[in-house]
Design a protein around this ligand. Structure first.
Ligand SMILES: [Zn+2]
Length: 114
């Protein structure tokens, strides 16, 4: 299962940060996930308890916030929102756009118990 390995990679990251902060447990994890990151939020939430069992993040609350898809137009230069399957400029409708956000998975905040 793809999402399980994503969760495990996330837990590796969380464990490293917990160690750096000399934390005994992680209380809260905030994560931002873009629709083009390849991870489905409901599947991540489902895989999380399995992946975190027995780790420092076992009792952590996981909050996943969906990130918007944003593109920058190479024709008119405007940054706009776009839908995940149609990366068109919101200003002029051009398809010559580059992705600014929407394909990342970012750990935005952690709360530790020390
Ligand atoms: Zn444009």
């Amino acid at each position: 299962m793809h999402e399980l390995s994503i969760c495990q990679a996330l837990i590796d990251q969380v464990e490293n940060l917990a160690r750096e902060n000399q934390a005994v447990a992680v209380k809260v994890i905030n994560l931002q996930v873009g629709p083009l990151s390849g991870a489905e939020i409901p599947l991540l939430e489902h895989a999380w308890p399995l992946a975190s069992a027995g780790t420092v993040a076992e009792s952590a609350e996981l909050f996943i916030e969906p990130m918007p898809v944003r593109v920058r137009c190479k024709t008119c230069g405007v940054e706009s929102g776009a839908s995940a399957n149609r990366l068109l400029c919101g200003e002029c409708g051009d398809y010559h756009t580059e992705l600014i956000s929407g394909d990342e998975m970012v750990l935005t905040r952690l709360e530790f118990d020390t």
